[in-house]
Design a protein around this ligand. Structure first.
Ligand code: SAH
Ligand code: SF4
Ligand code: F3S
Length: 460
């Protein structure tokens, strides 16, 4: 082991002088963003450091999303441009990972033969080896069909030093008839609570203030563990004095069916757990929900919202909605619009239905014409915006606690932070506040963000 150690040292000194540069572009959900940080961590071990400058990169990685056709098309248009960078910098490599790569595999190199490496969502940990192989000049395509049983812990190079993502469950066991995620992310697999605890502990020790627990279906956490566990238990295990440096715990994204009272009670009881519930409903129409195979009806969802609001009156509830699902009538679409007004979502992410390969609904009759889908989307967005605006205006004059994340891109002297309910607040203040929890008074509200003023007499 002494010899290994020595060679490790010489490797280190050799690479600190001339580290190779890696540029990563990430599309898609937070899971993908987190995966990108793990790619950087893994590549660090073979002497790559991240660069924001693609033209000076020795390795360009595109971490792709397949959720809608638009996201997939973007992959090939980016790659077209990257080809030029590769030609301008001989010896540089293009790698493609993520959900489109997982699905396309070899086909990706057929469409973009200048790609040097294609890897999937289940073999991230193999990246160093795959990059070294590709560096020797031979194109590499490696896709695993499932996550390996004995998945190793992978190193991580985080791009944010205040708020960190921690994956707790991979994959999705649902089969919503529109969704490609189960196909590209595989079956649910929960991480052990011990390894999650260790990761959060190291984050606490490195000065992180906020941890977001990640998964496509975090509310299902632990059902596959022995002994069984649920997200409420995990939150309680993480809200302990040993981890008190972590001031905020969040989790995304959940499924209404698995959101039980124990989870809601944990959020209510634990000061660290933020009063923020992202629970995608997808549609407010019974027939559409049934055909989407979501496994609940509108009333079930209403009861979930009541359970949250009766226990935690100030909780934010956010959602995802799809318009123009095959066969959706104008009247059925209006049921979704009415539901938005009824529930009053703090935020609703909306999307026009996009037919995806490997999903049943892609081949159904009654596909809604593009123009009609976009008309519905436009209309729904105005309603969603009005509702968000109304809710945000309720906060005017109120004091909110925010975690300051950095400079705002809104203006020179502004800082940006988030409330516990995940609302963005821009306010004037000194850089010294970055990374701190501060109280601000809400002075203005628009549908997407708040303006605030620092409360005077505050100690930094
Ligand atoms: N696991 C989460 C969502 C994951 S995908 C859940 O069950 O709700 C993120 C969002 O993308 C979904 O909530 C859905 O609104 C949207 N989406 C998924 N497939 C889509 C498709 N084919 N067309 C349009 N939007 C889609
Ligand atoms: Fe997709 Fe449904 Fe799974 Fe969410 S629960 S990732 S929408 S299949
Ligand atoms: Fe996209 Fe894959 Fe996430 S399809 S939304 S990046 S799980």
């Amino acid at each position: 082991s002494y010899a290994i150690c020595l060679s490790g040292v010489s490797l280190m000194t050799a690479t600190t002088t001339e580290k190779k540069k890696v540029f990563v572009e990430t599309f898609g959900c937070q899971m993908n963003k987190s995966d990108s940080e793990h790619m950087l961590g893994l590549l660090d071990e073979i002497g790559y450091e991240p660069t924001p400058d693609i033209k000076g990169a020795d390795l360009m990685i595109l971490n792709t999303c397949a959720i809608r056709e638009g996201a997939e098309d973007k992959v090939y248009s980016y790659l077209g441009a990257w080809r030029g960078y590769k030609e301008a910098r001989p010896g540089s490599l293009i790698a493609v990972g993520g959900c489109v790569a997982q699905d396309a595999g070899e086909a990706m190199r057929k469409r973009a033969p200048y790609v040097d490496l294609v890897f999937g969502t289940h073999n991230l940990h193999r990246l160093p080896e795959l990059v070294m192989k590709a560096s020797s000049g031979e194109p590499v395509v490696e896709i695993y069909q499932e996550l390996p049983e004995d998945l190793p812990e992978t190193p991580v190079h985080r791009l944010n030093d205040i708020s960190a993502w921690v994956s707790i469950i991979y994959g999705c066991d649902y089969n919503c008839t529109y969704c490609i995620v189960p196909y590209v992310r595989g079956r649910e697999k929960s991480r052990s609570p011990q390894s999650i605890f260790e990761e959060v502990k190291s984050l606490a020790e490195s000065g992180y203030k906020e941890v977001t627990l990640l998964g496509q279906n975090v509310t299902a956490y632990g059902h596959d563990l022995e002994p069984k566990l649920h997200l409420g238990d995990l939150l309680r295990q993480l809200a302990v004095p040993e981890l008190e440096a972590i001031k905020r715990l969040r989790f995304v994204t959940g499924h209404p069916r698995d959101l039980n009272v124990e989870i809601i009670d944990a959020v209510r009881d634990l000061p660290q757990a933020c009063e923020y519930f992202h629970i995608p409903i997808q549609a407010g129409d019974e027939r559409t929900l049934r055909r989407m195979a979501r496994g609940y009806n509108v009333d079930f969802y209403r009861r979930k919202v009541d359970e949250i609001r009766s226990r935690i009156p100030d909780a934010a509830i956010t959602t995802d909605l799809i318009v123009g699902f095959p066969g959706e009538s104008e009247e059925e679409f209006m049921n979704t619009v009415r539901l938005v007004e009824e529930i009053c979502f703090d935020v609703a992410n909306t999307a026009a239905y996009s037919p995806r390969q490997h999903t049943p609904s892609a081949n159904w009759d009654g596909q809604v014409p593009e123009a009609e889908k976009y008309e519905r989307l436009r209309y729904l967005n105005t309603v969603v915006g009005d509702v968000s605006h109304r809710l945000n205006k309720r906060l005017l004059g109120r004091k909110v606690e925010i975690l300051v994340e950095g400079r705002s891109d809104r203006g020179m002297n502004r800082l940006m932070g988030r409330t516990r309910t995940n609302k963005i607040v821009n306010f004037e203040g000194p850089d010294a506040l970055i990374g701190q929890l501060v109280d601000v008074e809400v002075t203005a509200a628009n549908p997407w963000a708040l303006r605030g003023a620092l409360k005077v007499g505050l100690t930094v």
